[in-house]
Write a protein that binds this ligand. Structure first.
Ligand SMILES: [Zn+2]
Ligand SMILES: [Zn+2]
Length: 305
């Protein structure tokens, strides 16, 4: 599982950073990509990456500010022009449906694939047996959500040595044993898979935030996750200004990472006022509070460990 940053700038694009978009590549679990936000120009960023638009299975929009959604209609149409017929599900706040339907209708665009649009309420969005995704309301100037993604634990591997020791022959029943199920062998013995499985493989968890000033909900959203992706629009000295506009600072986000006991914090959504040198200062401010912080750049890739 990998996080691939396509855009890391707040509000407007800069020469180094495009506006917000992030891909969660679920390789290893299923052959699909999930996208979080889709700022203008996201498809151009995709052209400079190995990402394949048809593999997009779900898009989660945090809020309807332009720097998070203006790339959406173009991306949806390009997926169609590529001839894709695989369904796509789009999650977002109230109004996402009107935004997409209006832009497609007025531009006389149509899609070759089924697009399901779900307007989000706080709470669980789905649990498909592999992943559970829950939306948390954040505190921005418009309705805004953060998404908590929890992968279910997987059964450990079958212990081949133990199976041999107990004289359990190989056969089609291995599949059931692998899932921890019970089978009756030809010799009449009843075997329970659970007795032959190694330690379960722990599922990964992530918290992907939208724009927000500090809010108590954030602690629940990020509690103990493997990776937290959170905005750090401004540096610590501009806390009042950041919060007034519904944003967080470096130190506020890093404090959340520490208090929520996350394992890895990736800072993004950086104001266009900062150049590369400024960014190392922003990163240093975060690391002062939460050492395992990285500051995302466009095209940065992070393994979810
Ligand atoms: Zn923004
Ligand atoms: Zn915003």
């Amino acid at each position: 599982m990998e996080l691939k940053f396509l855009g890391t700038s707040a509000g407007i694009p800069t020469k180094e950073r495009n506006v917000t978009s992030l891909i969660l590549d679920l390789q290893g679990t299923r052959n699909a990509l999930w996208m979080f936000d889709c700022g203008e120009g996201t498809q151009h960023q995709i052209l400079h990456s190995p990402i394949k638009i048809p593999k997009l299975e779900k898009i989660f929009i945090t809020h309807l500010h332009g720097d998070h959604i203006f790339g959406l209609p173009g991306l949806l149409c390009s997926r169609s022009m590529g001839g894709s017929t695989d369904p796509l599900t789009l999650y977002g706040p109230t109004g996402i449906c009107q935004f997409v339907e209006t832009t497609l209708q007025l531009s006389r665009s149509f899609l070759t694939y089924p697009l399901e649009i779900i307007e989000v309420q706080p709470g669980q969005l789905f649990d498909d047996g592999e992943f559970k995704v829950t939306a948390y309301a954040l505190n921005h100037r418009v309705e805004c959500y953060g998404y908590r993604i929890e992968e279910h634990d997987k059964p450990g591997a079958l212990d081949a040595q133990k199976l041999n020791q107990d004289g359990i022959p190989r056969g089609p029943w291995m599949q059931t044993l692998k899932q921890g199920g019970t089978v009756t062998l030809e010799d009449g013995r009843t075997i329970c898979g659970q007795d032959y499985l190694g330690t379960p493989i722990r599922g990964k968890s992530l918290a992907i935030f939208g724009d927000t000033e500090p809010t108590p909900e954030a602690l629940k959203l990020a509690a103990n996750v493997d990776v937290m992706v959170h905005e750090t629009t401004l540096e610590d000295a501009f806390a009042a200004k950041a919060n007034e506009r519904g944003h967080s600072t470096t130190k506020q986000a890093a404090t959340l990472a520490r208090d929520a006991k996350v394992k890895h914090f990736i800072a993004t959504h950086i104001s266009g006022r900062y150049d590369i040198e400024d960014c190392s200062r922003l990163l240093a401010e975060c690391r002062e509070i939460f050492p395992n912080t990285d500051l995302a750049e466009d095209f940065a890739v992070f393994k979810v460990k």
